[in-house]
Design a protein around this ligand. Structure first.
Ligand code: SAM
Length: 300
């Protein structure tokens, strides 16, 4: 069994690149489509792995399912969170789905290599049309998925259908409005804003974290509890500076450069200035703060 890095390298080398289609200048008439803003490139596969591993303790704390329970993970991607779900819930029977067959293939080999004893079934499926019976699962888990969907209410109704009464839904989302930078920079906030706009144009919402409580409650879930999970990195936490600030957040924003330029949202000079300022937050003397939102609700 290879180390995590070796496995992610191998996985990254065999993925596809299906970025969002062209959008128009300054967002005028930006076409809403259901493409996925981060795409499926090798770099994105690596970023998802870095993100999940760096943030595992923060995001997965409190999520452990009993042995034998039936757990559905939707939008599992390359399996970056599936590994942690399996590790923290030995004996749980996990079903992982994604609409990307290529991501799912990577997820299967990654999870098999990392957690060989894990009980995971893999399905290529759209989460709005799940090929499972009503009330088939005890728990449903979705991480960084709703923020890419044009109609999260519709998605939540589909997830509720497959959850048994009394079963739990766990949703984790980011919120780019929670970014605090030091040194602060209007140029850095502008490039982050372009990422938010491109995600919105692709039908998603990069500011979804703050809305999870009303969203889940409105979808009929009971006892909805949202716990913000703050991630903060400075020079005293070099692993977080590298894993969170550089490899998760800055890498995500940098990945939309071509699209931000081709849609006329910004110029190369303005983009590069914003990214340079963003990188300062990962240098000596810089700091970076981001809040993730983790919501748990019960199906009545
Ligand atoms: C940001 S990735 C997150 C992957 C994984 N949950 C993680 O945290 O590493 C979002 C994933 O959701 C999947 N996805 C988006 N819309 C979907 C849909 N309608 N049905 C199933 N999967 C979907 C994408 O293919 C992608 O793999």
């Amino acid at each position: 069994m290879g180390g995590r890095e070796e496995v992610m390298d191998r996985l990254a080398g065999c993925s596809l690149d299906l970025c969002t289609g062209p959008l128009s200048r300054h967002g005028e008439g930006m076409k809403t489509n259901t493409a996925y803003v981060h795409g499926y490139s090798p770099q994105e596969a690596r970023r998802l792995g870095d993100q999940a591993d760096t943030l595992a303790a923060l995001l997965h704390a409190g999520t452990a399912y009993a042995a034998g329970s039936r757990v559905l993970e939707v939008g599992c991607g390359v399996g970056a969170q599936t590994v942690h779900l399996a590790r923290n819930s030995p004996g749980a029977r996990i079903t992982a789905i994604d609409r990307s067959a290529e991501s799912l293939a990577q997820a299967r080999s990654y999870v098999t290599a990392q957690e060989p004893g894990a009980d995971v079934e893999w399905h290529t499926a759209d989460l709005h049309h799940l090929p499972f019976d009503t009330a088939a699962f005890d728990h449903v888990f979705a991480c960084f998925v709703l923020e890419h969907l044009p109609d999260p209410d519709h998605a939540l109704a589909a997830l509720r259908r497959v959850l048994r009464p009394g079963g739990t839904l766990t949703v984790i989302e980011g919120d780019h409005g929670s970014v605090l930078l030091h040194p602060d920079s209007i140029h850095a906030h502008e490039v982050i804003g372009h990422q938010v706009r491109l995600q919105a144009a692709a039908g998603g919402n990069a500011l979804l974290g703050r809305a999870l409580q009303p969203l889940l409650t409105g979808a009929g879930f009971d006892q909805v509890v949202v716990r913000p999970r703050t991630a903060y990195a400075d020079a005293t936490r070099p692993a977080l500076v590298d894993g969170l600030t550089r490899k998760t957040f800055i890498a995500m924003v940098e990945a939309v450069r071509d699209e931000a330029l081709s849609t006329g949202l910004t110029t190369a000079a303005d983009w590069d200035r914003g990214i340079a300022d963003l990188r300062l937050t990962a240098d000596e003397g810089g700091t970076f703060h981001y809040t993730f939102f983790k919501a748990v609700g019960v199906n009545p």
